[in-house]
Write a protein that binds this ligand. Sequence first.
Ligand SMILES: Cc1cc2nc3c(=O)[nH]c(=O)nc-3n(C[C@H](O)[C@H](O)[C@H](O)COP(=O)(O)O)c2cc1C
Length: 356
Amino acid sequence: MNPDTKPVHKLVHAARRDSTVPRTVDASAQVSAGHSFWVQLPRPFFALAPMEDVTDAAFRALIARYASSDVPRVFYTEFTSADGLVFADEHGQARLRAKLAFMPAERPIVAQLFTAHPERMEQAAARVAELGFDGVDINMGCPDRTVEKQGSGASLMKNPVLARELIRAARQGAPHLPVSVKTRIGYSKDSEMEHWLGELLAEKPAALAVHLRTRAEMSDVPAHWEWMSRAVAVRDTVSPETRIMGNGDVRDLSDARQKASETGADGIMLGRAVFGNPWLFSDRAQLPTQEERIAALIEHIKLFQEKLSGLVSEAVMKRHFKAYIHGWHGAAELRARLMETEGLDAALVILSEMQE
Ligand SMILES: Cc1cc2nc3c(=O)[nH]c(=O)nc-3n(C[C@H](O)[C@H](O)[C@H](O)COP(=O)(O)O)c2cc1C
């Protein structure tokens, strides 16, 4: 039976009966999920997904500028190597600090870390606390081969013992911060979901974001939203205080609200929908005009220059050029000109001409 067609109370009972769902809660789980910003967020809330070289300090600052204050939301940083935070030389540390910089308007903001070493997670989580973040998130879903080879990211789905140790280590390093996890529904089969999420939830994380695809599916198939109410049922059974978010293919806030109400998720995480759309958390009804798109891209480039030039390759901005500049006669030509520029100053000259 399609899991979505079962009433939620039956799913909860099914999850309770399911012997693969762990019920033991580690006694060392000191931080109750109740002591965190997560429980203050009105539901449904919305999360800006971590996206490497996309939701960087510049783009996040812009999205926060355009966000409406009455839209409850939380921002995630791009993922950061905990090993890097612990071992980087002075130059590396400076680069990581710049990448982890954030504006007060972005709060609440969570730093996402990855590693396969609990002791490094502990130290990195302590650094995250020193840097003033509101939470620590652990990546347990990244399919990148270099990340997986280290035993981190998605490969943790094959090692729940280590995954649980990492949660405890983060808590140890940042005892006053809520610890959350972002993961997928399984490594190669969605039938792994109940057991895997149950393992994580037994550690009582403050929040859990579930990208509704398996590692094997990468991003190649539509997200399995039909599994979300099932994930919520596992949460209800194992750790009712944990806030649970669904993630995958959500277009905008109205799509997000509908998915939250259909599935019982506390929050919805949005990723690619923010490309070219820093208005994503603003609840504005009308589509941005050509002038607004160009002005937003100019602002985005200036923020990048201010915060990241010299530390991050300017080439990462090219992906944004494509995302902002479309939807009007002449957009393709403008896009092509921007893609050929060398350096962001040249792109700014072209864009300013368009404003004249
Ligand atoms: C360019 C890019 C970079 C990403 N980087 C991260 C990352 O650093 N950490 C992470 O947990 N997920 C990362 N993801 C996955 C997203 O957070 C999200 O789970 C995925 O894109 C599905 O959500 P969406 O359909 O709303 O985009 C990345 C995705 C993209 C497209």
